[in-house]
Design a protein. Structure first.
Length: 405
């Protein structure tokens, strides 16, 4: 009686499959043919008129893939709706060829699917060039250290309000390994008081000016949704606009980004900081955030902002319940299809205490867990208060995520 080993395999990318086949001595020509069949890709597409959805279903089945459509598509009684496609890369290639011969602008859908698939398999190609930083974010993750020059931020309000205290904290964060500093002069926590522009400028400009002089290579981000504050900060040496409204609160913000060629982090927020946490509701969390990103990317391109200057952030805690935050962290990969850098800010946030019950000064371990999860699921930049500890976590997680099978 023979005893066969049966072993489950974790194959995330075609390269993982290739390595496993090489281990058993598969012919190299076979490896290159088969590796792509061992990975499945999934897309949600739409909105489709029922006739187009029927074509997609048929073509997908004809190449051996699968397409789920809305009930009622088959007899065209459904309204415009989405479809979920699942297939290997090779099946998608055949499918896309077939789509090119079809009506309903399906050729343009084929283009989008093919571009996305090409990007997915690549392990390089997310350049980030900012002051002294010139890296590929697919090779290394970045830490953005938080510096709040405010009297009322939820975890460190008032601690760094004086110029001297702010600069000391900034130097500490840089020494600990921050790749970027994010400087904010107005708290956006729920219910925080709004600050007038003069006051906000008085808080942040001296800090940015001094840091620019002391750290000529350091990328500096200005956390503001006001175009005048952003413009003044960029003028004294900031490099990145961290706009929690993704060009929505101030109609002039995109123009400032375009004129200065700055990077902009486009963060998703539902509502406004004051009201965002009163019963946030989504009919489809991921679809709504993706549509919001698409709209802000369009605002950017209409104003003349280069696409490669954009960073996306789903905005943990900004108009989200605990469940929303957890879902975003679990499936952050859904946002990698934009092929733009992803930033994530979870540090010490209150959703953590809903799970652990810990006060704000005891949320470090839990914050590190969220950073590990986010980086593993495709985040490139972690915005944090505790840089030294995060640096240790990021070093380990990056090593794990980059090791070849
Ligand atoms: C985030 C943020 C805050 C975030 C980005 C806090 C300014 C609340 N959170 N910016 N700002 N992403 N891009 O906990 O998650 O620091 S304020």
């Amino acid at each position: 009686m023979r005893n066969y080993h049966v072993r489950l395999l974790d194959i995330q990318k075609a390269d993982d499959a290739a390595a496993l086949m090489q281990q058993i001595g598969t012919d190299i020509h076979g490896v290159s043919l088969m590796k792509n069949k061992m990975v499945h890709y999934n897309f949600r597409v739409g909105p489709l008129p029922p006739a187009a959805a029927n074509i997609i279903k048929q073509e997908m089945l004809s190449v051996g893939g699968e397409a789920a459509v809305t009930r009622g598509v088959i007899n065209c009684s459904a309204n415009d709706s989405d479809a979920i496609l699942s297939a290997t890369r090779k099946q998608f290639r055949k499918f896309c060829q077939k789509l090119r011969a079809q009506p309903f602008s399906l050729a343009s859908m084929a283009d989008k699917i093919q571009t996305s698939l090409q990007l997915q398999e690549k392990s390089t190609g997310l350049p980030f060039k900012c002051r002294g930083l010139d890296i590929d974010l697919k090779q290394r993750s970045l830490i953005m250290g938080i510096l709040n020059v405010t009297p009322d931020s939820f975890s460190d309000g008032n601690r760094f309000l004086s110029l001297e205290n702010a600069l000391n904290q900034a130097r500490k964060l840089v020494e600990e390994g921050a790749d970027i500093l994010d400087i904010g002069g107005e708290s956006t926590r729920p219910g925080a008081a709004q600050v007038n522009e003069e006051e906000e400028l008085n808080r942040v400009l001296p800090v940015i000016e001094t840091l620019r002089r002391d750290f000529p290579q350091l990328p500096i981000s200005i956390d503001t949704y006001k175009s005048r504050v952003a413009a003044a900060a960029l003028n004294v040496g900031a490099d990145i606009i961290n706009d929690i409204s993704a060009f929505n609160f101030d109609p002039k913000m995109a123009e400032v980004a375009a004129a200065t060629d700055a990077y902009t982090c486009l963060m998703h927020i539902q509502g406004t900081p004051n009201a965002m946490q009163t019963d946030p509701v989504y009919s489809d969390l991921f679809a709504e955030i993706c549509h919001y990103f698409e709209k802000s990317i369009k605002l950017a391109s209409d104003a003349g902002v280069k696409r490669e200057k954009l960073i996306l952030d789903p905005g943990i805690g900004f108009g989200k319940t605990l469940e929303h935050n957890l879902l975003l962290l679990k499936h952050l990969n859904d946002f990698t299809g934009f092929n733009l850098p992803l930033l994530i800010g979870t540090s010490r946030k209150s959703f953590i205490s809903k799970l652990t019950g810990d006060p704000v000064d005891q949320r470090l371990s839990a914050s590190l867990a969220t950073v590990a999860q986010a980086l593993t699921k495709g985040a490139n930049i972690a915005r944090v208060h505790d840089v030294a500890a995060t640096k240790q976590a990021v070093t380990v997680i990056d090593a794990i995520n980059h090791i070849q099978r």
